[in-house]
Design a protein around this ligand. Structure first.
Ligand SMILES: *Cc1c(COP(=O)(O)O)cnc(C)c1O
Length: 219
Protein backbone atom coordinates (compact mmCIF):
# COMPACT_ATOMS: atom_id res chain seq x y z
CA UNK A 1 0.00 0.00 0.00
CA UNK A 2 1.21 3.52 -0.76
CA UNK A 3 1.50 6.29 1.81
CA UNK A 4 -1.48 7.95 0.17
CA UNK A 5 -3.60 4.81 0.55
CA UNK A 6 -2.48 4.27 4.14
CA UNK A 7 -3.32 7.85 4.96
CA UNK A 8 -6.77 7.61 3.45
CA UNK A 9 -7.64 4.36 5.16
CA UNK A 10 -6.38 5.67 8.51
CA UNK A 11 -8.32 8.92 8.18
CA UNK A 12 -11.47 7.03 7.24
CA UNK A 13 -11.39 5.48 10.72
CA UNK A 14 -11.08 8.73 12.65
CA UNK A 15 -14.08 10.65 13.94
CA UNK A 16 -14.25 14.27 12.75
CA UNK A 17 -13.13 15.76 16.06
CA UNK A 18 -9.89 13.75 16.11
CA UNK A 19 -6.74 15.39 14.70
CA UNK A 20 -4.28 13.11 12.95
CA UNK A 21 -0.62 13.83 13.59
CA UNK A 22 1.32 11.93 10.91
CA UNK A 23 4.49 10.83 12.70
CA UNK A 24 7.24 11.11 10.10
CA UNK A 25 10.35 10.69 12.27
CA UNK A 26 13.24 8.95 10.48
CA UNK A 27 11.36 9.13 7.16
CA UNK A 28 12.80 10.92 4.11
CA UNK A 29 11.45 14.19 2.70
CA UNK A 30 9.92 12.31 -0.25
CA UNK A 31 7.64 10.37 2.11
CA UNK A 32 6.45 13.54 3.82
CA UNK A 33 5.90 15.17 0.44
CA UNK A 34 3.77 12.22 -0.61
CA UNK A 35 1.61 12.59 2.50
CA UNK A 36 1.44 16.34 1.93
CA UNK A 37 0.31 15.82 -1.66
CA UNK A 38 -2.41 13.54 -0.32
CA UNK A 39 -3.67 16.41 1.83
CA UNK A 40 -1.88 15.87 5.16
CA UNK A 41 -0.77 19.09 6.87
CA UNK A 42 0.07 17.99 10.42
CA UNK A 43 3.36 16.16 10.98
CA UNK A 44 5.04 14.89 14.15
CA UNK A 45 8.77 14.54 14.70
CA UNK A 46 10.78 13.59 17.80
CA UNK A 47 14.17 15.21 17.06
CA UNK A 48 14.49 18.98 16.78
CA UNK A 49 17.31 19.01 14.20
CA UNK A 50 15.53 16.54 11.97
CA UNK A 51 12.26 18.46 12.20
CA UNK A 52 13.98 21.77 11.45
CA UNK A 53 15.75 20.32 8.41
CA UNK A 54 12.37 19.14 7.09
CA UNK A 55 10.65 22.43 7.93
CA UNK A 56 13.25 24.32 5.89
CA UNK A 57 12.54 22.29 2.76
CA UNK A 58 8.83 21.48 2.87
CA UNK A 59 5.84 23.82 2.25
CA UNK A 60 5.24 26.43 4.94
CA UNK A 61 1.60 25.58 5.59
CA UNK A 62 2.60 22.42 7.47
CA UNK A 63 1.91 22.33 11.22
CA UNK A 64 4.97 20.84 12.93
CA UNK A 65 4.39 18.98 16.19
CA UNK A 66 7.32 18.08 18.43
CA UNK A 67 6.35 14.78 20.06
CA UNK A 68 9.68 13.71 21.57
CA UNK A 69 11.34 14.45 24.87
CA UNK A 70 13.14 17.75 24.75
CA UNK A 71 16.56 19.03 25.57
CA UNK A 72 16.17 22.57 26.80
CA UNK A 73 19.18 23.87 24.89
CA UNK A 74 17.60 22.89 21.56
CA UNK A 75 14.24 24.61 21.98
CA UNK A 76 15.63 27.69 20.25
CA UNK A 77 15.96 25.86 16.93
CA UNK A 78 12.22 25.31 16.58
CA UNK A 79 10.84 28.33 18.43
CA UNK A 80 10.21 30.24 15.23
CA UNK A 81 7.82 27.73 13.72
CA UNK A 82 6.75 24.86 16.00
CA UNK A 83 2.96 24.53 16.24
CA UNK A 84 2.56 22.27 19.28
CA UNK A 85 5.02 20.72 21.75
CA UNK A 86 3.56 17.48 23.12
CA UNK A 87 5.98 16.26 25.75
CA UNK A 88 6.49 19.08 28.25
CA UNK A 89 7.45 17.67 31.62
CA UNK A 90 8.52 20.54 33.81
CA UNK A 91 8.48 24.21 34.67
CA UNK A 92 12.10 24.80 33.67
CA UNK A 93 11.33 23.58 30.18
CA UNK A 94 8.24 25.80 30.02
CA UNK A 95 10.36 28.78 31.05
CA UNK A 96 12.81 28.09 28.23
CA UNK A 97 10.02 27.65 25.67
CA UNK A 98 8.49 30.93 26.88
CA UNK A 99 11.82 32.72 26.56
CA UNK A 100 12.41 31.48 23.02
CA UNK A 101 8.82 32.16 21.94
CA UNK A 102 9.17 35.71 23.20
CA UNK A 103 12.24 36.27 21.04
CA UNK A 104 10.08 35.47 18.04
CA UNK A 105 7.16 37.55 19.34
CA UNK A 106 4.86 34.57 19.35
CA UNK A 107 3.08 32.20 21.65
CA UNK A 108 3.80 28.47 21.61
CA UNK A 109 1.20 25.85 22.42
CA UNK A 110 2.23 23.01 24.74
CA UNK A 111 0.84 19.80 26.18
CA UNK A 112 1.88 18.37 29.53
CA UNK A 113 3.08 14.79 29.26
CA UNK A 114 1.45 12.71 31.95
CA UNK A 115 2.98 9.42 33.02
CA UNK A 116 0.27 6.80 32.60
CA UNK A 117 2.37 3.73 31.76
CA UNK A 118 3.79 1.39 34.37
CA UNK A 119 7.13 1.18 32.54
CA UNK A 120 9.92 3.11 34.25
CA UNK A 121 11.30 4.16 30.87
CA UNK A 122 8.27 6.31 30.02
CA UNK A 123 8.50 10.00 30.84
CA UNK A 124 5.90 12.26 32.29
CA UNK A 125 4.37 14.05 35.21
CA UNK A 126 2.05 12.75 37.89
CA UNK A 127 -1.34 14.43 38.23
CA UNK A 128 -0.06 16.25 41.31
CA UNK A 129 3.01 17.60 39.52
CA UNK A 130 0.93 18.77 36.56
CA UNK A 131 -1.54 20.44 38.91
CA UNK A 132 1.28 22.20 40.75
CA UNK A 133 2.65 23.56 37.48
CA UNK A 134 -0.59 24.99 36.12
CA UNK A 135 -1.50 26.59 39.43
CA UNK A 136 1.96 27.98 40.17
CA UNK A 137 2.91 31.66 40.32
CA UNK A 138 5.83 31.08 37.95
CA UNK A 139 3.54 29.60 35.34
CA UNK A 140 1.16 32.56 35.51
CA UNK A 141 4.02 34.89 34.55
CA UNK A 142 4.79 33.00 31.32
CA UNK A 143 2.91 35.00 28.70
CA UNK A 144 4.35 33.40 25.57
CA UNK A 145 3.20 29.84 26.12
CA UNK A 146 -0.20 28.24 26.36
CA UNK A 147 -0.81 24.81 27.85
CA UNK A 148 -3.73 23.45 25.90
CA UNK A 149 -3.96 19.87 27.11
CA UNK A 150 -2.23 16.62 27.95
CA UNK A 151 -0.33 13.87 26.20
CA UNK A 152 0.39 10.32 27.25
CA UNK A 153 1.78 7.00 26.13
CA UNK A 154 0.35 3.71 27.29
CA UNK A 155 2.45 0.73 28.32
CA UNK A 156 3.73 -1.36 25.42
CA UNK A 157 1.74 -4.52 26.10
CA UNK A 158 -0.85 -6.83 24.55
CA UNK A 159 -3.01 -6.41 27.64
CA UNK A 160 -5.87 -4.29 26.25
CA UNK A 161 -7.48 -3.92 29.64
CA UNK A 162 -4.35 -2.32 31.04
CA UNK A 163 -3.94 0.02 28.05
CA UNK A 164 -7.59 1.02 28.38
CA UNK A 165 -7.12 1.74 32.10
CA UNK A 166 -4.14 3.96 31.34
CA UNK A 167 -5.98 5.90 28.65
CA UNK A 168 -8.95 6.42 30.96
CA UNK A 169 -6.54 7.72 33.60
CA UNK A 170 -5.30 10.32 31.12
CA UNK A 171 -8.84 11.33 30.21
CA UNK A 172 -9.66 11.77 33.90
CA UNK A 173 -6.45 13.76 34.48
CA UNK A 174 -7.44 16.04 31.60
CA UNK A 175 -10.90 16.61 33.11
CA UNK A 176 -9.46 17.46 36.51
CA UNK A 177 -6.81 19.84 35.17
CA UNK A 178 -9.30 21.57 32.88
CA UNK A 179 -11.08 22.82 36.01
CA UNK A 180 -8.09 25.09 36.67
CA UNK A 181 -7.25 25.89 33.07
CA UNK A 182 -10.08 26.51 30.66
CA UNK A 183 -7.62 26.58 27.73
CA UNK A 184 -7.36 22.79 27.99
CA UNK A 185 -8.82 21.21 24.87
CA UNK A 186 -6.47 18.47 23.66
CA UNK A 187 -5.93 14.89 24.77
CA UNK A 188 -3.07 13.51 22.68
CA UNK A 189 -3.10 9.73 23.01
CA UNK A 190 -3.02 6.77 20.66
CA UNK A 191 -0.41 5.48 18.19
CA UNK A 192 -0.56 2.96 15.32
CA UNK A 193 -1.17 0.00 17.60
CA UNK A 194 -3.70 1.49 19.99
CA UNK A 195 -5.37 4.55 18.48
CA UNK A 196 -8.84 3.01 18.17
CA UNK A 197 -8.89 2.18 21.86
CA UNK A 198 -7.50 5.65 22.63
CA UNK A 199 -10.34 7.30 20.71
CA UNK A 200 -12.88 5.15 22.54
CA UNK A 201 -11.33 6.46 25.76
CA UNK A 202 -11.63 10.12 24.75
CA UNK A 203 -8.58 10.98 22.64
CA UNK A 204 -8.97 13.87 20.21
CA UNK A 205 -5.43 13.80 18.81
CA UNK A 206 -3.69 10.64 17.62
CA UNK A 207 -0.01 10.30 16.69
CA UNK A 208 0.32 7.70 13.98
CA UNK A 209 3.58 6.78 12.27
CA UNK A 210 4.19 3.24 11.10
CA UNK A 211 0.68 2.51 9.79
CA UNK A 212 1.05 5.48 7.44
CA UNK A 213 4.74 5.52 6.52
CA UNK A 214 5.68 1.88 7.10
CA UNK A 215 7.85 0.38 9.82
CA UNK A 216 10.93 2.23 10.99
CA UNK A 217 14.32 0.55 11.16
CA UNK A 218 15.50 2.53 14.14
CA UNK A 219 14.40 5.03 16.83
C1 LIG B 1 7.08 7.27 17.26
C2 LIG B 1 6.01 7.85 18.10
C3 LIG B 1 4.65 7.69 17.75
C4 LIG B 1 4.18 6.90 16.55
O1 LIG B 1 4.39 5.53 16.73
P1 LIG B 1 3.79 4.45 15.70
O2 LIG B 1 3.70 3.21 16.51
O3 LIG B 1 4.76 4.36 14.58
O4 LIG B 1 2.47 4.94 15.24
C5 LIG B 1 3.72 8.30 18.56
N1 LIG B 1 4.06 9.03 19.62
C6 LIG B 1 5.35 9.20 19.99
C7 LIG B 1 5.65 10.01 21.20
C8 LIG B 1 6.36 8.61 19.25
O5 LIG B 1 7.63 8.79 19.63
Amino acid sequence: MSIQQNLHSTKAQLPKNVTLVAVSKTKPIASLQEAYDAGQRVFGENKIQEMTAKWEILPKDIEWHMIGNLQRNKVKYMAEYVHLIHAVDGLKLLQEINKQAKKHKRSINCLLQIKIAKEVSKFGLSFKEAFEIITSKEFSTLKNIRIIGVMGMATFTDNQKQVQQEFLTLKETFKQLKKDNSAFEIISMGMSGDYKLAIDCGSNMVRIGSSIFGIRNYK
